[in-house]
Design a protein around this ligand. Structure first.
Ligand SMILES: C[S@@+](CC[C@H](N)C(=O)[O-])C[C@H]1O[C@@H](n2cnc3c(N)ncnc32)[C@H](O)[C@@H]1O
Length: 288
């Protein structure tokens, strides 16, 4: 496992930006603020509600709620990991925001809240890290009040452009071996990052008891010319603190030398042209 990423708060502050230049970092931050506003607008928030940001990380959604309502709502920052709650607590201390806030260390699959407690449950890029999505939805349903709403933004990583799709067979050695491996690990049912689709999320929510389930998928296509350094970082940046890098994933199939060779060939090939990559994201809304 890579040593550049010790925990979630480090990943959120540093690792996720490690392959980006200043312009790309700013674009990503702007994009995150936009996502935050879309999720909060969708959630139809109001004063006096009890609202939780589950898998809050450094509080993207939770601080957005506080900026809008300050102490006029009860807000819970909740995460499975203490370092994230500490991070939110530090940010809050340094801010001038008046708040009525609780910190809850809890797995979204086993939420330490009583039944029918919340008006709104929010997540952003959290279920993508949870292996048993059905259990998470069962819990989110349980802790919401009747008519309470769950709103989320989640990436559907299994639909992202794969490396082999950026290449043609003659450009790299062992193209078909690497294609087979990538197809396999990008649809692994035991990998939380890729074990779901928009349809399975919809199904899981209906099974949990939610009604008015909406899973709206947006395909984002970007075209750019990656540098050699960017391509290197694609392979060595973990997608989460507890997850293997792409290089490590390929090394479960091939010797390191062969994987290094593949990465070098990709660097040489793709750094010479513009690439087109697409990724799917889902905006999710459901009522108890
Ligand atoms: C990609 S970060 C997103 C953080 C934040 N929601 C945001 O939008 O910036 C994923 C977050 O989910 C949390 N997380 C991962 N698995 C979890 C689980 N089973 N229960 C609760 N939180 C979890 C991590 O600690 C991390 O804070």
């Amino acid at each position: 496992m890579s040593d550049i990423c010790k925990n979630w708060s480090t990943w959120l502050k540093k690792t996720r930006f490690s392959y980006m230049n200043d312009v790309q970092i700013q674009q990503t931050l702007n994009w995150l603020m936009n996502i935050r506003n879309i999720v909060l607008d969708m959630a139809d928030l109001n004063e006096n509600q009890k609202i939780a940001d589950f898998g809050c990380g450094s509080g993207l959604l939770g601080f957005g709620v506080l900026e809008r309502f300050e102490d006029k709502v009860e807000l819970i920052f909740s995460d499975k990991f203490q370092d994230c709650l500490d991070e939110c607590q530090n940010i809050l201390k340094k801010s001038e925001i008046r708040s009525n806030v609780k910190f809850l260390k809890s797995d979204v699959c086993d939420i330490k809240l009583e039944n029918d407690y919340l008006d709104r449950a929010l997540t952003r890029s959290v279920l993508v890290h949870v292996l048993d999505k059905q259990q998470a939805f069962n819990e989110l349903y349980r802790i919401l009040k009747p008519q309470g709403m769950y709103c989320a933004f989640e990436p559907i990583i299994s639909q992202n452009t794969k490396y082999y799709q950026l290449l043609i067979p003659d450009e790299v050695s062992d193209y078909f071996d690497f294609k087979k491996a990538e197809m396999e690990f990008m649809s692994n049912p035991n990998d939380p990052l890729v074990n779901f689709s928009a349809e399975s999320l919809d199904f899981n929510m209906q099974q949990a008891g939610f009604s008015n389930v909406e899973v709206n998928v947006q395909k984002v296509v970007s075209k750019y010319s990656p540098t050699i350094e960017t391509i290197e970082n694609w392979f060595i940046t973990p997608p989460a603190p507890d997850q293997k890098t792409m290089k490590e994933r390929f090394m479960e199939y091939f010797e390191e030398k062969k994987v290094n060779n593949y990465i070098e060939e990709i660097k040489l090939t793709l750094s010479k042209r513009e690439i087109r990559v697409s990724s799917d994201t889902a905006l999710i809304k459901a009522i108890k």
